[in-house]
Design a protein around this ligand. Structure first.
Ligand code: C2E
Ligand code: CA
Ligand code: CA
Length: 603
């Protein structure tokens, strides 16, 4: 070295600090440092190995060494940083006495590249005292560093200490800005950046999946938020396994994830990815003595066919997801243009019902349930009706979409319960004969842990006994909910004295044996079976078997949607005792129902 070493190292310092100041990348700065040192002392080579925040080693620079970076690490054991005793033998050039130097065991030494006879390393420490890097000089012959080389090394160590500190800070900020702290997946902000950058490449097609974790609220409510967090982490990690690069997973909301899949440029490929995701979610997840089944619902779009801007794609994927949630919960729906219209209609219906609730235009109608033999009324079913602004009465089937909105469904159920309780009070006070009234429940009613409290409070307020109440729960609702939560909630309700009816029997996907294990008092056979009863032999066999089994299990059956006398007679022959349908009476308001009860209720 011919230049004045302190001047040379001063120049080195200025140049590296300048590079940091102008925002050069960390890797570029390390490479520059090595190059400058080698320019200063041409007879040596140098390398830098850094330690990530999690303790991972990374060979960042060794530009003139005749080996790839990763080989530099080949002989470094993970614990090399903790070693403080002087190493025996090994690298003759190492200064064992100084604690700032890394005394490596022979087995864990930096490998010496061929052509180099000795190496000499210095550790770089963070202000916290933690070792963050290893700066190594390599010599052509077996010797230690000269005085000048020591000075240069010290300068490098100081520079590295500053640079790495800054880098860690940048990393942490980046992590905070772009990654979700809970799952370590990229966050919504990062998702927006990535999708925009993909869209920037005109010819590039890709798939987008929106994935919602089901029952997270119930899990949080019943098992605690710690378990809820674990579920999210588990879903994230399974997603990452299924969708590794070039696909990438993001957490974009509380219970919502997204996957961008480069290799799924059409719906068929996207569907394959989706089935891999469902497969990955299938194994039950054990957490704190709970076994949880991870259920996700997915909506998907493909760039190009389903949209060409981030907003459009996201919105369409969301339409598909919402459609899946309403009709294929736990399943997948691929976007198609028709979904846009039905999604718009759904939103409009929810809005209309919310408004009608606020304006007291939702009224309660009742439809009688009769004994098939005497046609006397034994019970009623309460059905919601909407009074439109032009005075028409819309039946519930017309605004059923609104029951899928948790907020609206919640308000509707509360209103129905309190109107029913009040009407029952009036009938009781007036000595009008009736036995019980059925109220329909929506899925979201089971999301509250306090459904039973709401019901009890409502009926208590009118001083009406719960034995007059039948809760109608559909098969789909029964099947929903993690770990038979609904069945458990239903058992609690029955313990309080209410009756429970399994509504729309036969329209869901549950097996007969599964269904019959539901804790119910009453089974309502869906209208679709009654419609086919006279013409379709299999329907008749099913209905007959069903009536037989449920009677034997102590449950009563009600046939729904009876529209003619022939159906009523056939059902009687098959052993069914109760029925409901236009043949007996259409749903009517409380005043009409009162008159009807006076006239033909069973006393
Ligand atoms: P559901 O519980 O199966 O109610 C029976 C539906 O069948 C009612 O339709 C009733 O008007 C209709 N129906 C009864 N007999 C006959 C018949 O002989 N022929 C025909 N064609 N239809 C008949 P609605 O009132 O339109 O209700 C539709 C569905 O909306 C109900 O099906 C129920 O699932 C839901 N729903 C109604 N009211 C409420 C409510 O207050 N809350 C909730 N969550 N859901 C409700
Ligand atoms: Ca019903
Ligand atoms: Ca029904």
């Amino acid at each position: 070295m011919h230049t004045d070493p302190s001047q040379a190292s001063h120049r080195l310092q200025v140049e590296i600090l300048d590079a940091m100041a102008v925002g050069e990348t960390f890797e570029a700065i390390l490479a520059l440092l090595c190059r400058r040192v080698q320019a200063l002392i041409p007879e040596i080579a140098c390398s830098i190995v850094t330690v990530g925040e999690e303790g991972h080693l990374c060979a960042n620079a060794g530009p003139s060494l005749p080996i790839p970076d990763r080989n530099l690490l080949a002989h470094l054991s993970g614990d090399w940083l903790d070693r403080t005793q002087p190493a025996g033998g090994g690298n003759p050039a190492r200064d064992d006495g100084e604690t700032t130097k890394v005394p490596l065991r022979p087995s864990s030494e930096l490998v010496l590249p061929s052509g180099w006879a000795a190496s000499w390393s210095s550790t770089v420490k963070a202000p916290t005292g933690q070792t963050v890097a290893l700066f190594t000089m390599y010599f052509r012959n077996k010797r230690g560093p000269s005085e000048q080389e020591r000075i240069v090394a010290e300068t490098c160590v100081r520079l590295l200490s500053i640079g790495i500190d800054r880098w860690h800070l940048q990393q942490r900020n980046r992590q905070l800005a772009h990654y979700d702290q809970l799952t370590n997946l990229q966050n919504r902000r990062r998702f927006n950046t990535v999708i925009e950058s993909k869209l920037g490449q005109a010819s590039r097609s890709f798939g987008l999946l929106l994935i919602e974790v089901e029952h997270l609220k119930t899990i949080n409510d019943t098992m605690g938020p710690v378990v809820g967090d674990q579920v999210l982490r588990e879903v994230a990690s399974r997603l990452e396994q299924v969708a590794p690069a070039p696909a990438s997973a993001f957490r974009i909301g509380g219970d919502e994830f997204a996957v961008l899949a480069d290799d799924s440029a059409d719906h068929a490929r996207l569907r394959e990815l989706v089935s891999r995701i469902f497969d990955a979610m299938r194994p039950p997840f054990r957490c704190r003595d709970n076994t949880i089944s991870l259920q996700v619902t997915i909506g998907g779009v493909v760039r190009g066919t389903d949209g060409d801007s981030a907003d459009h794609l996201h919105q369409n994927a969301d339409f598909a997801l919402q459609h899946a949630k309403a009709s294929h919960r736990g399943g997948y729906v691929a976007f198609e243009p028709g979904l846009r219209t039905s999604a718009m209609r759904r939103i409009e219906t929810i809005r209309e019902v919310a408004l009608a609730l606020a304006e007291h235009r939702i009224v309660t109608y009742y439809q009688p349930i009769v004994r098939l033999d005497t046609e006397q009324i034994v019970g009623l079913e309460a059905l919601a009706r909407l009074q439109t602004k032009d005075g028409r009465i819309a039946s519930a089937g017309e605004f059923a979409d609104a029951f899928t909105d948790p907020h609206v469904a919640d308000r509707l159920t509360r209103q129905m319960l309190s109107e029913v309780a009040a009407d029952i009070r009036t009938w009781l006070d007036d000595g009008i004969p009736f036995q019980h009234v059925g109220v329909n429940l929506a899925m979201s009613d089971f999301r509250h842990r306090n459904l039973d409290q709401i019901i009890c409070a409502t009926f208590d307020a009118e001083q009406v006994s719960l034995q007059h109440l039948v809760l109608e729960v559909t098969e789909t609702v029964f099947m929903d909910g993690p770990n038979h939560d609904v069945a458990r909630a239903v058992t609690r309700l029955r313990d309080k004295g209410m009756l429970v009816a399994l509504d729309d029997f036969g329209t869901g996907f549950a097996s007969l044996t599964h269904l019959l294990s539901f804790p119910v008092d009453l089974i309502k056979i869906d209208k679709s079976f009654i419609d086919r009863l006279l013409t379709d032999a299999p329907s008749r066999v099913i209905v007959e078997a069903l009536i037989d089994i449920s009677e034997k299990l102590g449950m009563r059956t009600v046939a729904e949607g009876i529209e003619c006398v022939a159906q009523a007679e056939r059902l009687s022959e098959l052993g069914c005792r109760l029925g409901q349908g236009f043949h007996f009476a259409r749903p009517a308001d409380a005043a009409h129902t009162t008159a009807l009860l006076k006239q033909s209720a069973q006393r």
